[in-house]
Design a protein around this ligand. Structure first.
Ligand SMILES: O=C(O)c1ccccc1NCC(=O)[C@H](O)[C@H](O)COP(=O)(O)O
Length: 205
């Protein structure tokens, strides 16, 4: 099971995730998020992640409030390896614009937005299916997800935590999982022990 831990802002959190076997870490650069990282913080996290995780770790910039081409330039300038364009503001043409500037794109969406469900529909490398409110920690209805016939490299997100991730995997059968609020002690503050417990639970599921 591929595991991404999102919303990291500290070197300690990067080390906790990498040491526990995370496959990806995410940095959020949306102004309205409790996890918003400045460019300086993002660069520090990226450098630590490259050093700790080497080539095997995906280092993901998450945005939902910037024009796609601007986000792509930011991802390139700061040394990210993946750009996650999050939410319904990004249409196929935004992915096309971003792909001229930056190589690896992920599309993050919610079933509430009635998106295309085939991975790669907008040229993205991976698809992340999230709750309607990203980064809220709110659970959403996973029943019926396994029947949608999703295939390929798609990640389940939204309201996951160390105690529910195994059940969610059994129910939705994703290729990977993503977590943010479920491994925090307060909004934007990562709990290093919870990060390790989440990754262990997901990997054992
Ligand atoms: O995390 C945020 O604050 C955020 C804000 C706006 C857009 C995206 C955001 N996060 C993206 C992620 O990939 C989260 O990990 C995902 O939404 C799951 O969040 P959670 O339900 O808190 O685990």
């Amino acid at each position: 099971m591929y595991v991404k831990v999102c919303g990291l802002k500290t070197v300690d959190a990067v080390h906790a995730a990498v040491d526990a076997g995370a496959d990806a870490i995410g940095v959020v650069m949306n102004e309205n998020s409790p996890r918003a990282a400045s460019a300086d913080v993002a660069k520090t996290v990226v450098d630590a992640a490259r050093q700790a995780g080497g080539d095997r770790l995906d280092i993901v910039l998450v945005v939902n409030d910037k024009p796609a081409a601007e986000a792509a330039s930011l991802a390139a300038d700061l040394g990210f390896t993946v750009l996650q364009l999050h939410g319904r503001r990004y249409a196929a043409e935004d992915f096309a614009a971003a792909s001229k500037v930056f190589g690896t794109l992920w599309r993050a969406t919610s079933l509430a937005h009635d998106p295309p469900l085939d991975v790669g529909a907008y040229g993205e490398r991976r698809l992340l299916l999230d709750a309607p409110k990203p980064g809220s920690g709110e659970r959403w209805d996973l029943s019926g997800l396994a029947d949608l016939g999703l295939s390929g490299e798609w990640l389940l997100a939204g309201g996951l935590n160390p105690d529910n991730v195994a059940d969610a995997i059994a129910q939705a059968r994703p290729w990977g999982v993503d977590v943010s609020s479920g491994v925090e002690s307060a909004p934007g503050v990562k709990d290093l022990d919870a990060i390790a417990r989440f990754i262990a639970a997901a990997k054992e599921a």
